[in-house]
Design a protein around this ligand. Structure first.
Ligand SMILES: Cc1ncc(C[n+]2csc(CCOP(=O)(O)OP(=O)(O)O)c2C)c(N)n1
Ligand code: SF4
Length: 295
């Protein structure tokens, strides 16, 4: 009798119960990520979630997959290294707007131009949630918090511009108030070969009383299909901001992009000095380095 293959379900990705505040946008991000992994038929052991520090960073504890809850702002170098070490893994980076665009901003610039095959989900609530509501790089001008009692003086960064101008090959934004579309965006982002940025408007219901679900619903302008060129995508995003609204959707998707990991392997194979290096030689080299330095 043939053995019955158990069908995978969303529950297969369940882990610890989240401690986010009731209504936090991050719940929808978690669910959408599980749905995307299910849609792509990923087994938990094929996936690693690398997260930063913040309420959003707890996501790696809440999903059954390999998890790495690292230090503040360092999701991207860690995720890149994991992908290089084991290219068979599906690598997801996740964190907040503070983690990714303030302390981690430098890594963000360079990962966009490097194009490793990883997906980066930023839960953008336009505030620092975990540390109880200070302004973040995406807070709007004039936003009042404990650190900006007279209102934020500077305008927000738009990570979508940065990603597009630095060479990212998949650039999108979702909204926690539309979890179905969010799951579809995540699915495409994970399928994309190369660096995928998915910034997600994910309201902080406790500390951000301005950018609420209703505020987003009133101000979001949806983009239905990716633009052919970066320039068109940037111009559209600028037009939306200039009209006082905020853009959501998939803006750019480069077909057949060559990822950093893929290119590196090709370069190593092509480098004449390295042509004789076989797996065995590599292993011996690594063993020697470990013995000389760590044992
Ligand atoms: C090196 C370092 N600096 C500062 C902090 C304090 N800190 C913890 S989380 C955080 C920002 C959280 O905001 P965000 O990344 O937007 O995530 P959220 O909590 O909103 O999900 C800060 C400044 C820290 N943990 N480590
Ligand atoms: S403080 Fe804000 S970001 Fe943190 S769990 Fe609560 S609602 Fe979510």
């Amino acid at each position: 009798m043939a053995t019955e293959v158990k069908k995978r379900t969303l529950r297969d990705y369940d882990s610890h119960k989240p401690t986010w505040c009731p209504g936090c946008g991050d719940y929808a991000v978690l669910l959408a990520l599980k749905k995307a992994l299910l849609a792509l038929n990923k087994d938990p052991h094929e996936v690693v979630v690398v997260s930063g520090i913040g309420c959003s960073g707890k996501i790696s504890d809440y999903i059954k997959a390999y998890g790495y809850h690292g230090i503040h702002g360092r999701v991207l170098p860690t995720a890149t290294a994991i992908k290089l070490a084991n290219p068979t893994l599906t690598v997801i980076g996740a964190g907040g707007d503070g983690d990714g665009y303030a302390i981690g901003g430098n890594h963000f610039l360079h990962v966009c131009r490097r194009n490793p095959d990883i997906t980066y989900i930023v839960m953008n609530n336009m505030i620092y949630g975990l540390t109880k509501g200070q302004t973040s790089p995406t807070s709007l001008k004039g936003f009042i918090t404990g650190t900006t009692p007279y209102g934020a003086v500077e305008g927000p960064v738009e990570p979508l511009y940065i990603a597009l101008s630095m060479g990212a090959t998949f650039v999108a934004r979702g909204f926690s108030g539309d979890p179905k579309t969010l799951a579809e965006i995540f699915t495409q982002a994970i399928q994309h070969k190369g660096f995928s940025l998915v910034d997600v408007y994910s309201p902080c219901v406790t500390f951000n009383k301005f950018n609420t679900y209703d505020w987003f619903k009133e101000n979001i302008v949806k983009n239905e299909k990716p633009f052919e060129s970066r320039a068109e995508a940037i111009s559209h995003i600028m037009d939306v901001w200039n009209s006082g609204k905020v853009p959501v959707g998939i803006f750019y998707k480069e077909e057949n992009s060559v990822s950093y990991d893929e290119q590196l392997v090709k370069d190593i194979k092509l480098a004449p000095a390295l042509q004789d290096i076989t797996d065995k030689v590599w292993k011996e080299k690594v063993k020697r380095i470990i013995e000389e330095n760590f044992v």
